[in-house]
Design a protein around this ligand. Sequence first.
Ligand code: ADP
Ligand code: MG
Length: 317
Amino acid sequence: MAEAVRLDGVSKYFGRTKALENISLILLDRKYHVILGPSGSGKTTLLRIIAGLEEPTKGKVYLNGVDSTHTPPYDRGVSIVFQEPVLFPHLTVEENILFPIEARGGKPSSARGELLRLARMLRIEGLLKRKPDELSGGEKQRVSIARALITKPRIVLLDEPYSNLDLSLREALRWEVKNILMSLGVTVVHVTHDQDEALELADYIHIIYKGRLADTGPRDKVYWSPATPMAARVLAHNVIELDGKCVVVPIDGVTLGSEQCSESFKASLIEARDRRGYRLAVYETQYGTVKVSAPKDKELPEQAFLCLSKYTILDEC
Ligand code: ADP
Ligand code: MG
């Protein structure tokens, strides 16, 4: 499969702050990539380097196989959507969407067909004459996405695009936009700190932690057998020291009950919290606390055997 983006030993320093440290990463063409990491881990810096809004301190950036480390942003075939929709308040929705065409010296009228096509896809065709202050948060983000797509980029970067929207809107919009982007055949690089969002959308997950790449690969591979303890912690998995080994267990890789299994141990319930779609139970064991995903409708046993059904063993915790 072709590579849309290749980062080769990319580091970025802001004075003494090492925002990114020696990142080597391949992003395959026409896939939905999610960069997952906690706040301050370097996600935005990574996107800005791909977009050409920042230059790396060290390393190289290849786009579609071409060294683009010093290529200006407008020549990269890359568009970016920010967390805060940055729309010009004095321009209409239509003028905002067409702005990148004009900024590149093109004629806005030449892109009218594309504008209408995108507006229809993103269901904003009724809003084209409005000003940004007449739009809801979700509508503004739809307009930002249309504007990012008007130049027909090959790569679309999304920097926490839904974090200012409420949960139900966020969930609906992220699916709809993923389907649109995949139907257009673009490569998507979506940055988020939200692991549910990452797991729901990603074909590939790339985890960064404190400026370093903690794991990269197909979503299920990264989820069920993360390569490093940092990646496991970003995914909120259990990381347990067991007989001198580091055992990584996703919350849904532990089952409750006395069923026969090779790794099982006694546990007492200390806390339970309802989450979307499941209940998170926390058990105390001789190896520390272990989080378990349990069904919402079932009574949780106070005393139980925990069985590790899906886990990965790493050299060190
Ligand atoms: P994230 O998007 O994952 O929250 P960022 O890429 O924004 O992380 O930031 C990574 C680190 O780099 C943070 O410590 C941040 O303070 C620092 N940083 C980012 N941009 C700048 C900048 N322009 N000047 C100085 N420090 C910066
Ligand atoms: Mg950020």
